[in-house]
Design a protein around this ligand. Structure first.
Ligand SMILES: C[S@@+](CC[C@H](N)C(=O)[O-])C[C@H]1O[C@@H](n2cnc3c(N)ncnc32)[C@H](O)[C@@H]1O
Length: 228
């Protein structure tokens, strides 16, 4: 299967996504929602942390990370150079890391690594390798949160099958994603199914804390730690 080149979507990524989600409400909600969960996982909001968004794309999540962790330094990395250019223009306070070589110079550096919607675009045979590199980037006690589409949710599967930049998507279950991160050396720090309600029904989102165990959310996250 040919890998999707996100350079081709750097100028209209948001428009394509918003168009696909038009019945469900403003897509900014998804970024805000994930970063709220990230900040609940990390807790140390007032500390000076070094935070990486791995696979930041056009930087849709970065403003919310900067806002939630005001004392911290925020970094973004992606393999799509054109997407990084958009991320840089819209996020002046974020340090953009452009190449795998530059990224490797940060081994052992990050206190928090956030990853959203990236693993289903990584070829299954390369997922262990990518994760072992993420393990190297993590400092001791680093918190990692990874968000993915939930393959058990029929609506999610349908959205993925009709999205032009998901042509190379190979969805993975929460259990599969956890096993990749555990194999790389990370320790379990919780997980949950999320996004049971779209933006237009966000008033009901307070119910989600009771539904974490139900494998029907639109997405899920796993939280892991690099323990000493
Ligand atoms: C669906 S987009 C998500 C972007 C962003 N995380 C967000 O939530 O808006 C997937 C991104 O993963 C990036 N990606 C795919 N494989 C990658 C890899 N091996 N390392 C880093 N980024 C990768 C793509 O270039 C693309 O920008």
């Amino acid at each position: 299967m040919k890998k999707v080149n996100f350079d081709e979507y750097s100028k209209n990524y948001d428009d394509i996504m918003q168009n696909q989600h038009k019945k469900f409400g403003d897509i900014k909600y998804y970024a805000e929602y994930k970063i709220k969960i990230l900040s609940d996982i990390v807790k140390r909001r007032n500390q000076k942390l070094k935070i990486l968004e791995y696979g930041c794309g056009t930087g849709r999540n970065l403003p919310y990370i900067v806002e939630a962790f005001r004392e911290s330094s925020v970094f973004g990395f992606d393999i799509s150079k054109e997407s990084l250019e958009v991320a840089r223009q819209n996020n002046k306070e974020v340090k953009i890391i452009e190449t795998n070589e530059e990224l490797a110079s940060y081994n052992g550096y990050f206190d928090v690594i956030f990853i959203a919607g990236v693993y289903h675009h990584i070829e299954p045979s390369l997922r262990d390798y990518v994760t072992s590199n993420i393990f190297k980037l993590a400092a001791d006690n680093c918190n990692v949160a990874v968000f993915e589409h939930n393959p058990h949710n029929p609506l999610t599967r349908r959205m993925v099958s009709t999205c032009e930049f998901d042509k190379d998507a190979v969805l993975l279950s929460k259990k599969e994603l956890q096993s990749i991160f555990f194999k790389a050396g990370f320790k379990d720090n919780g997980s949950a199914y999320t996004l049971f309600f779209p933006p237009v029904l966000k008033a009901l989102s307070f119910l989600e804390r009771f539904l974490k165990w139900l494998p029907l959310g639109g997405q899920y996250y796993i939280a892991v730690k690099k323990s000493v």
